[in-house]
Design a protein around this ligand. Sequence first.
Ligand code: EPU
Length: 420
Amino acid sequence: MGEILRIHGGYRLEGEVSVSGGKNAAAAIIPAAMLALGPCTVENLPDNEDSHVYMEMLRWLGAKVEMGKGVMHIDATTVDRCNPPAELASKMRASYYLVPVLLGLLGRAEVPMPGGCNIGARPIDQTIKGMTSLGAQVRQERGMIIAEAGELVGSDVYLDMPSVGATVNTMLTAVMARGNTVIYNAAKEPHVVDLANFLGSLGASVKGAGTDIIRIRGGRPLHGSSYAIIPDQIETGTLMIAAAATCGDVTITGAIPPHMEALSAKLLEMGVHISEDDDRIRVRANGKLRAVSVKTQAYPGFPTDLQQPMTALLSIASGTSVVNERIFESRFRYVDELLRMGADISMIDSRTAIVNGVEKLTGARITATDLRAGAAMVVAGLIADGVTDIDNFHYIQRGYENLDEKLRSLGAHVERIRVP
Ligand code: EPU
């Protein structure tokens, strides 16, 4: 049995909704918690599939893990296995964050090549460079990453691009290495900063996260801590886009408005009203929205993870929008689904879409081809006339906690239906 998401489109979203903890922050913080020499409590944990997969994987490695509502307790002092099983590791991208962690704890890691969304090639050369610069021997063999190290020693690491994964993996290696590490051209995403703050709460010395240069003094013993994960930037953005798409009036609570600048600027340009408070963002739209051009970039640029729901919104904006994907090579697979709903989108090449705004979309049976494609399908379904059935709802559940419930609370007509 699987599940589809059925949306009766055309209802305006209205009201208040709170955002969950960050998926990609949790993805880095849960394995980082294993480095502590005592129990850690991770709060504001998103209840999504990735969190459950992590729990099973950490238990398999020998850690004591308990999960409650929005919280995970982790005591990894008993970890004695270095090889998480492929059937779990392949379910998510972040499983390779276990490589530096197991390397630091046990001197050896055998981790299956990471899974995650099918959005084009996702090389790991920068991760390997970071870890080898600090003294690890890393090789890829039989679909596994195998890493070994005697002593890890801090070093300068220059990343060719500000990769989130390579920055996280190098940080996790560096806190366990003797001496100083400097990561140049580091990723600046909010979840990288959150990981640095979490490591700080364990007693690590990590400075400069959120800028291009992160300095780590490694080798300190790390103690347990309690830490609350930041709100999810991409869930916040998805809800903002959904509000604008339905000409709604939605206040998103528990958010961090500065994380949303790139999206807010684009929505303002389209004619959406946005007001912000400390941790609240109100999004109001009425009437026709204007087309805009969007180019995805590393933070603080427009996030690639919002490109898909944004394109769904642009499909009904008046005029022609150009959407250019700069981060991943194949992140437009979902466009075919939007075309089935009546959108007018043409691809100039695999990274550039020309979106001619249409009056309306029409409900159809469509498929979520990956997590954020699923978010685009949801936005399209909310806008469309009639009924939209979205297959592969499990992709959406990978990264959004209770999205259907949250949308219902705002007045959307959304239901999950079990299908053979
Ligand atoms: N890259 C390389 N070599 C490397 C690493 C990256 O060439 O060794 C390239 C990639 O091919 C890509 C670019 O650098 O073109 C950026 O990749 P990055 O490493 O930053 O991405 P990631 O760590 O694999 C994380 C998020 C993604 C998000 C990207 C970009 C996690 C678990 N995943 O992926 O999230 O799209 O950063 O912000 O944090 C999602 O949530 O749907 C998602 C895919």
